[in-house]
Write a protein that binds this ligand. Structure first.
Ligand code: URA
Length: 241
């Protein structure tokens, strides 16, 4: 009983006084497949043979060493730290944000500022620990003034994310915000529409919800986000492992 009360309290802390009783009985039955052009995956950076001999942890670490001095786009010259990604390389859950902000640029880790704290709380509310997932961004270097990354910056950086996905091979990916959904899934339009569907990419199901920073700016999005993350959790649990 106390765990139910604690869970409700956590939901209240994050999402407010309204009790959201969502209709989660039907998971999205239709999954839209997204195909990445082969050229977008940086192949042959580490040979397949070398890869097979290594654990995912050492593969993901080696890959960071290969790309961390990247100067492929102008963000390379203004960044403080390259924000590669963090978490459990053996996970089946990956979260994708937009790009580093000031705190992330300073610390070299994704989602460590205010939005990151809210993200941690949202994960807790669905019984997922931050350190049990892998978190990365569409771009690895901070866009000045926290502006949205340009299409060119995104297209230079996205192959790195594809390679991370290939190494980690998550079963479930959650895109946080419009830029993540645009960059990873090639979607256009409004997030409120993007979130209504589940996608399939590189053998993972991909869900879309609001960016935590958007929730901080506009609490009206919280209800939909709560529904999205519960659906995401239900999808994970439905696999049973
Ligand atoms: N916002 C993002 O999209 N990513 C981060 O790492 C931090 C804030």
């Amino acid at each position: 009983m106390s765990s139910v009360i604690n869970a409700l309290k956590l939901q209240q802390d994050i999402f407010g006084d309204d009790l959201f009783l969502s209709n989660l009985s039907e998971l999205n039955s239709e999954i839209r497949e997204v195909v990445i052009p082969k050229t977008e995956i940086k192949e042959n950076i580490i040979s397949d043979n070398d890869m097979k001999l290594k654990s995912k942890k050492s593969e993901i670490d080696s890959y960071e060493k290969l790309i961390c001095n990247c100067q492929e786009c102008p963000l390379g010259s203004t960044r403080n730290k390259f924000v590669y990604g963090v978490g459990d390389a053996e996970t089946k859950i990956m979260l994708v944000g937009e790009g580093p902000g000031a705190d992330e640029d300073e610390q070299g880790e994704p989602f460590v500022g205010r939005a990151g704290k809210l993200l941690n709380d949202i994960l807790k509310a669905i019984q997922i620990e931050r350190n049990s997932v892998y978190i990365a961004n569409i771009v690895k270097c901070r866009p000045p003034e926290n502006r949205k990354p340009t299409p060119e910056e995104m297209s230079k950086c996205i192959p790195y994310l594809h390679k991370q996905i290939e190494i980690i091979a998550p079963k479930h990916i959650l895109c946080l915000g419009t830029t993540a959904a645009e960059g990873l899934l090639g979607l256009k339009g409004l997030l409120k529409n993007m979130r209504l569907q589940t996608y399939s990419l590189m053998n993972a199901t991909v869900s879309v919800t609001y960016h935590p920073a958007a929730l901080l700016r506009n609490p009206n999005f919280k209800r939909d986000c709560w529904e999205d993350v519960q659906k995401f959790k239900k999808l994970i649990d439905s696999e049973g492992n």
